[in-house]
Design a binder for this molecule. Structure first.
Ligand code: SAT
Ligand code: MN
Length: 618
């Protein structure tokens, strides 16, 4: 049997452990569940209802299995620490596949596999993979149920840890199943840790498999994931659905599924603005989304920290929702100085993964406090002291917490109609070259900026940390189709916006530029509000800019640096546009663009030629 074929006889499932559900099980879902059960051979099936009681029972089960341990309830109420297997700590881009009939539809930036061959391979990989385990049927909604943008899915998984994670990150359970029963279309997603248990075989704390697959079939809108229980590899609603599959839906239906945070910024004037900002994984999206602005009278409120779905509303305006319901944030570097809002969000009801534990049963990670605790248990479960010479928390250790717990969450964060976007920001981690902030000349120039983002690799995925790579729109690992077509979709989208309403402004930022000694030039974090102030001033027409070959820079005095310990030389260096360095950058962009062959939209080659012309004239 292959994954698409129906089995002649649906194998009977031994037992259905399911809470009494008041909701009707949609026939189509029930049939699919039975078909998959015949392949996966779980010992039980549990339809997840999403109730608090169910979550509690799953957490108890996870404690009993040794997957998580409860933290000291006096210090961190109802919170838990998970330690993953050492081989299962980040997204695996090399094992992420896009399967389309034609290779060119996946494009040069994706790992392509021929769908029929991949189906045959997966059928063998998944056969019997849930033996000895319970299969959870996890209905979920991305976006507020009732929003025109809400989309649905059902994930099968044999990991209770993944179920509780999906419970925080999405709207999981009966309400989603009810929407499907009423006729909403849904994406099937199958996940197995790939560790079947023989009769009587003892389980391990973090079951997983050395062989891993994260497979998307964009044409049939399906997801298959095997071997990992970590983050984006396993919470399939997140990167696999809300970005890879949703980007394809968005292309076909005329909207955008983006790797972006969403914030509401209110200056002292009281008029609110909404920004969507794309940065690669682990480049500070959560910190920016929860920023405590250093400027008096300014307010930044959180709408989302990782994914945004944008569309043109019936009013013709660019609108956006955060399809998620929680935060899966990087722990290291999150502290009272850098992100007090995140620290406040994590007071309780939080699952931490791969952070260190203190002797009194609380958590710690690098950057949480300036002073390191004298003794810890590190993320591997080993004793640790500050002289151990290794990090106590894994660099990609995470917290999983509900958005509702975030003190800076905006009142309109889950408005079914979304929020109106005033500006789009692109950013990356660049030690050199890219200025603190630049404004695009127009939408098409903004698309060029997005298409040419480069960033230094972080610990969020496997690879050499610090290596510079092009990460267009911060979507390199997340676009579910040919990146060149994705660029064209952005260009077309701008054309539609121009016809109907005001086109949002586009900016590029770089908080990470370094001086000759390798120290950051810009203080970042709450001081980034100064950059937002300039952007708001640009939107209002109150603050000025000067033209440069790469776009508009703040003119003298337009960026408020009052009270900052920033000398003139540092400020100059933050905005220095070195024509020679940018000419080299243009050559690199040309090579990158050439990888797309004739599928590259001509407008992007034109933008590159314009940039070179401006550099030559400068
Ligand atoms: O592991 S996740 O993909 O969810 C996080 C990230 O890489 O942005
Ligand atoms: Mn992300």
């Amino acid at each position: 049997m292959t994954l698409l074929e129906r089995p002649a006889v649906v194998a009977p499932v031994t037992r259905v452990v399911s809470p009494t559900v008041s909701v009707e099980r949609p026939f189509e879902v029930a049939l699919w569940v039975a078909e998959q059960a015949a392949l996966l051979e779980p010992s039980d099936i549990h339809w997840v209802d999403g109730s608090t009681r169910e979550r509690h029972e799953l957490l108890q089960l996870l404690v009993a299995n040794g997957t998580i341990e409860q933290l000291n309830p006096d210090l961190r109420p109802y919170s838990f620490l998970a330690r993953s297997a050492e081989s299962d700590v980040a997204r695996l881009e090399s094992r992420t596949f896009i399967c389309t009939e034609n290779e060119s539809d996946a494009g040069p930036t994706n790992n392509w596999r021929e769908p029929a061959a991949m189906r045959a391979e997966l059928t063998e990989v998944f056969r019997g993979s849930m033996r000895g385990r319970t299969m959870y049927v996890v209905p979920f909604a991305m976006g507020p149920i009732g929003s025109p943008m809400a989309r649905f899915g059902v994930q099968l998984t044999d990991s209770p840890y993944v179920v509780v994670s999906v419970g925080t990150m999405t709207r999981m359970g009966n309400p989603a199943l009810e929407a499907i029963a009423r006729g909403a279309s849904w994406v099937p997603a199958v996940h197995s840790v790939g560790a079947p248990l023989a009769a009587g075989q003892a389980d391990v704390a973090w079951p997983c498999n050395d062989t891993k697959y994260i497979v998307q079939f964009p044409e049939s809108r399906e997801i298959w994931s095997f071997g990992s229980a970590y983050g984006g590899n396993a919470i399939l609603a997140k990167k696999a659905y809300a970005l890879r599959i949703a980007s394809v839906m968005a292309r076909d239906e005329g909207w955008l599924a983006e790797h972006m945070l969403l914030v509401k910024v209110t200056p002292p004037s009281g008029k609110a603005y909404h920004f969507a900002a794309a940065f690669p994984s682990a480049c500070g999206k959560t910190n920016m989304a929860m920023m405590t602005p250093s400027l008096p009278g300014w307010k930044v409120e959180t709408i989302g920290d990782d994914i945004a779905w944008l569309w043109i509303g019936t009013d013709g305006r660019l609108r956006a929702i955060n399809p998620e319901a929680g935060f899966f944030g990087v722990a290291p570097g999150t502290g009272m100085r850098t992100n007090p809002t995140a620290i406040d969000s994590l007071w309780g009801n939080t699952i931490f993964t791969n952070v260190a534990r203190t002797d009194d049963g609380d958590v710690w990670w690098e950057g949480m406090t300036d002073e390191k605790p004298a003794r810890l248990t590190d993320w591997r479960g080993e004793p640790w002291t500050p002289t151990s010479g290794r990090p106590a928390a894994h660099p990609n250790s995470r917290f999983t917490v509900s958005a509702r717990q975030c003190p800076s969450i905006a009142e309109d964060w889950d408005d079914p109609e979304g929020v109106v976007i005033d500006a789009i920001i692109f950013g990356g981690r660049r030690a050199s070259n890219v200025p603190l902030v630049v404004e695009a000349r127009d939408w098409d120039h903004g698309v060029f900026m997005g298409a040419t983002i480069a960033s230094e690799q972080t610990a969020a995925a496997e690879g050499t940390i610090g290596e510079l790579r092009r990460d267009p729109f911060a979507m390199l690992p997340f676009a579910g189709y040919n990146m060149a077509d994705y660029f064209a979709h952005w260009l077309n989208f701008g054309r539609r916006l121009r016809r109907s309403a005001r086109v949002p402004r586009v900016f590029q930022v770089n908080w990470f530029r370094k001086d000759a000694d390798g120290s950051f030039l810009w203080p970042g974090f709450g001081e980034n509000a100064r950059v937002l102030e300039w952007m708001v001033g640009r939107l209002d027409g109150q603050l000025g800019a000067i033209d440069s070959p790469i776009g508009s820079l703040p003119n003298d005095g337009a960026l408020n640096v009052d009270g900052l310990e920033l000398d003139g030389a540092a400020l100059t260096e933050l905005f220095r546009v070195d024509p020679a360095a940018f000419a080299a950058e243009a050559d690199d962009i040309e090579t990158f663009f050439a990888s797309f062959g004739d599928r590259l939209p001509p407008e992007l080659s034109r933008q590159l030629a314009l940039l070179r012309g401006r550099l030559a004239a400068s």
